[in-house]
Design a protein around this ligand. Structure first.
Ligand SMILES: [Ca+2]
Ligand SMILES: [Ca+2]
Ligand SMILES: [Ca+2]
Length: 152
């Protein structure tokens, strides 16, 4: 029971971050390249953190340090992804996604809440635990998210 709940939460977290992260959406290879700042074929935690910060800044339209569901929706709409904004992957609305990571429960996502969620996602994706994401790790995580299943 606890195990299943944990898996569900992990999936929800992955979906939440991926949907809120245009960098990881769509083509995993292109997103990998965009995050691999130094082009060494691995995304380090520092490169990941930087991309996450840029992502947050991109969503925080009024620059108050918090991302609201409306700001997240607007970001999706800006990307021309109206379908995703209306019916996001995993059936989660922006408000749902925020709720998953909103640890202080104020209905908004602060930079630190977003960063903490992204760090969890990084460690989940770093299956060999070497502190960097390889192309294979990203591809595997992407496949998992697409299928909506976690590995047993
Ligand atoms: Ca790199
Ligand atoms: Ca919050
Ligand atoms: Ca790794």
């Amino acid at each position: 029971m606890t195990h299943i709940t944990h898996k569900r939460m992990r999936m929800a977290l992955l979906s939440a971050l991926v949907v809120s992260a245009p960098a990881w959406a769509g083509n995993p290879d292109a997103s990998f390249k965009s995050m691999d700042g130094n082009g060494d074929g691995m995304v380090s935690s520092a490169e990941h953190a930087q991309a996450v910060q840029q992502m947050f800044a991109g969503m925080d339209a009024n620059h108050d340090g918090n991302v609201t569901a409306a700001e997240m929706d607007a970001r999706h709409a800006m990307h021309g992804d109206k379908e995703k904004a209306a019916r996001p992957a995993g059936g989660m609305s922006s408000a749902d996604k925020i709720a998953r990571m909103d640890t202080n429960g104020d209905g908004m996502l602060s930079a630190s809440e977003h960063e903490a969620g992204a760090q969890s996602m990084f460690s989940e994706m770093d299956t060999d635990g070497d502190g960097s994401l390889s192309r294979q790790e990203v591809a595997a995580a992407h496949a998992t998210m697409k299928s909506g299943k976690t590995t047993p």
